[in-house]
Structures are given as C-alpha cells and as structure tokens.
Write a protein that binds this ligand. Sequence first.
Ligand code: NAP
Length: 247
Amino acid sequence: MSTLVPTAVVTGGSRGIGRSIAETLGKAGFQVFLTYVSKPQEAEAVAASIVAAGGKAKAFALQVGDSAAVSAFFQDHIKDQVQLSVLVNNAGITKDGFLIRMKDEDYAAVIDINLKGAFYCLREAAKIMSKQRTGSIVNITSVVGQMGNAGQANYCSAKAGLIGLTKSAAKELASRNVTVNAVAPGFIETDMTTALPEAVREEYLSHIPLKRFGACKDIANAVAFLASENATYITGQVLAVNGGMYC
Ligand code: NAP
C-alpha cells in the first residue's frame, strides 16, 4: 500500500471550469496540483481556497504546449513524490475565426495547447499510473468537438482529436487498471463564454433544451464522479454535460 499522498493534477486550474474542478477534487480528499500559464495570483488564490477548506494544494506554472516543460513537471514534482491518482486535462484556449480567413498560427496554437498539450500530460501520467497500476485521466473536450461549430475549425479539430485520444488511451491503459474518459461541456459560464457577443449567446441558448448555460460546478461534479471509486468500471467514454443539446 502506497504511503504517497493521493494527488490530482488539474491543468488550467486557475480560472473557470478548472478552478471548480480543482476545488471539487480538493474537497473530495485529493491533494491538488493545479497549473496555470499567465495568472499566478489567480492560481495561488485557488490553492489558498482549497487549503482554507481543509485540503492540500499547490499551484505550478506550466505551459502545457511545451513537451519538455511537461516532462520536467512530472519528473520534478510527481514521479516517486506523490501518488498520481487523477489527471484532468482542462487547459484550453480559443482563437476563433472563419476557416477561409484562419491564419496558420491560430490553427496551430489551438492544436498545440488543447490537443498536443493534453497528449503530453497524458503520456507522462500514463507512464506513472501504469507503474502504480491505478489512476484515472479525464480530458475536457467540448460539445462542439462532437457537433462542429462555424468559426471554430481549429478548436473543434482539437476537441474532436481529444475524443480519439481518450478512446485510444483507454484501450492501451485498461490492462494497467488506468481509466481514461472525457467530459464534453456544453456552454458554461466562464471567461471563455462571457466574451461572446450577446446575439451569439442568445443563439446558443435557443439550442439548449434546459434553456440556461451550465455552471462550472456541473462540469466539476462530472469530473469528480469519473475520478472517484464509483466510476472504476467506466473507461473510454465521453460524458456530455450540456443541458440536453443534441450531440
Ligand atoms: P478559461 O476560463 O479561459 O481558463 C483557461 C485555463 O487554461 C486557465 O487556467 C489558463 O491559465 C489555462 N491555460 C490557457 N492556456 C494554457 C497553456 N498554454 N498552458 C497551460 N494552461 C493554459 O477556460 P474555461 O472556459 O474554464 O475552459 C476550460 C476547459 O473547458 C477548456 O479546455 C475549454 O476548451 C473547455 N470547455 C469550455 C466550455 C465553456 O463553455 N467555457 C465549453 C466546452 C469546453 P491562466 O489563468 O494562467 O491563463
């Protein structure tokens, strides 16, 4: 029986959905290592709120699109130092635009962070979890990775890719007792969605049967379930949390 502290790594845990996931996993009893890229104060505030609630947490700067930085993070802070119970690949960006005008760099940046970043973290976590013979990985995809969305060819490519990555990793890691699932949020109230023009928000609302945007906590609860002892026979699945949108 390992004496190392059961730990959940949450990428992009400084804001929005990632913050809620970090706080929820902290309350569920995991030590939480949350990462950020540009907002250290927000990340430290999330770690402090987990500690204030009686949990354990640390914030780390980590550019998930940098393969070497991801390897170094897992080597320096995770391997042989904690029990890696959970990895949540949540960090993500958008760079929207119609595809005929989309610049190479805007397509590449979204793939680099949302898809390659998740792959780099998943690969490192898989090495450690395979040796542990336990662990769960949850990738945050999106309803638009399932449905497509005008103006988001880069983002939808990355999020659809993440579903393929989830299913492949689930098959490879099952024999090691490691589960890999995805959560596909619909439209959730965060910095990413409040930036949308009012007309676009209204258009989105008209397609949501429950007639409201989701809350970050709705996603965090789904992640916490997939990371829990209640979900150890679930792998390779995409859990849609989207207010009933078709997907
Ligand atoms: P958000 O509020 O914009 O927060 C993004 C998070 O990712 C921040 O913590 C940010 O760190 C981090 N991040 C950005 N670029 C990074 C990089 N290169 N390396 C490491 N971390 C990076 O986003 P959100 O709305 O909560 O979305 C979280 C996830 O849910 C994303 O994967 C998103 O695609 C997905 N999602 C969101 C919605 C929605 O409606 N909001 C719907 C479907 C899926 P800093 O704070 O340091 O900048």
